[in-house]
Design a protein around this ligand. Sequence first.
Ligand SMILES: NC(=O)c1ccc[n+]([C@@H]2O[C@H](COP(=O)([O-])OP(=O)(O)OC[C@H]3O[C@@H](n4cnc5c(N)ncnc54)[C@H](OP(=O)(O)O)[C@@H]3O)[C@@H](O)[C@H]2O)c1
Length: 227
Amino acid sequence: MPTCLVTGASRGIGLEFVKQYAAEGWTVVATCRQPEQAQALAQLQGDIRVERLDVSDFARIEALGRKLDRLPIDLVLNNAAIFGPRITPYDSVDYAAWAEVMRVNVMAPLKVSAVFAANLARSNLRTAVAITSLMGSVGDNTSGGSYVYRSSKAALHAVMRSLSVDLRSKQIIVCVINPGWVRTDMGGSAAPLDAFESVAGMRDVIGRLTMRDSGSFYNYDGEELPW
Ligand SMILES: NC(=O)c1ccc[n+]([C@@H]2O[C@H](COP(=O)([O-])OP(=O)(O)OC[C@H]3O[C@@H](n4cnc5c(N)ncnc54)[C@H](OP(=O)(O)O)[C@@H]3O)[C@@H](O)[C@H]2O)c1
């Protein structure tokens, strides 16, 4: 069975990915900041290996890369992210908070993908996915605001698109997928989708990816989205 590595596996969408892939019989490397506090993760059944990882700590990403050296990883799921300040008027943005959001949402997915590219290249499925947001779509932005989160996901798109080009020679598929608006701590209770439905849809999309899809931006239901 395939192996996947998930960042931000303690709760929300990341936790649901671990649950569903493990239930299918995959081996899952579930990474999270504080494993000792991740009770829901600890209770999941299956071939799940929990590893401590704060994705903003690049030395720890490298250390995990050394620890998992030579392990084929079929799917790297860059899921961990933060929203940052909820209210960001254009004339009073918290620039320090913005820098932290860029580190977690943009730089870390590239670092994780780069560190585990060799593991991906050893695998069968060879797929790196970043969970993005429609809020990162420049083409879809008619409501304005949300400077911090929007710009982080738009930058993530640029990063993953470049990576799709650079990893093409290794036959590694690189995509970004929008989970929809999902009832999690980030999405809030008014969201129309539950994590099960969102993740089931994204797993379906991931399962159908080929090299021809590398560099694409998909919705959880398989629709291609505007950059
Ligand atoms: N929910 C939505 O409606 C929605 C919509 C569009 C896109 N998304 C995207 O979907 C993904 C998952 O979101 P979610 O709704 O599941 O969010 P969530 O409920 O807030 O969970 C976020 C996860 O990211 C982890 N995380 C945050 N900073 C981290 C760091 N520095 N290192 C490692 N892990 C870190 C959190 O870990 P801790 O438990 O340690 O804090 C948690 O596991 C994100 O990329 C988000 O941008 C969500």
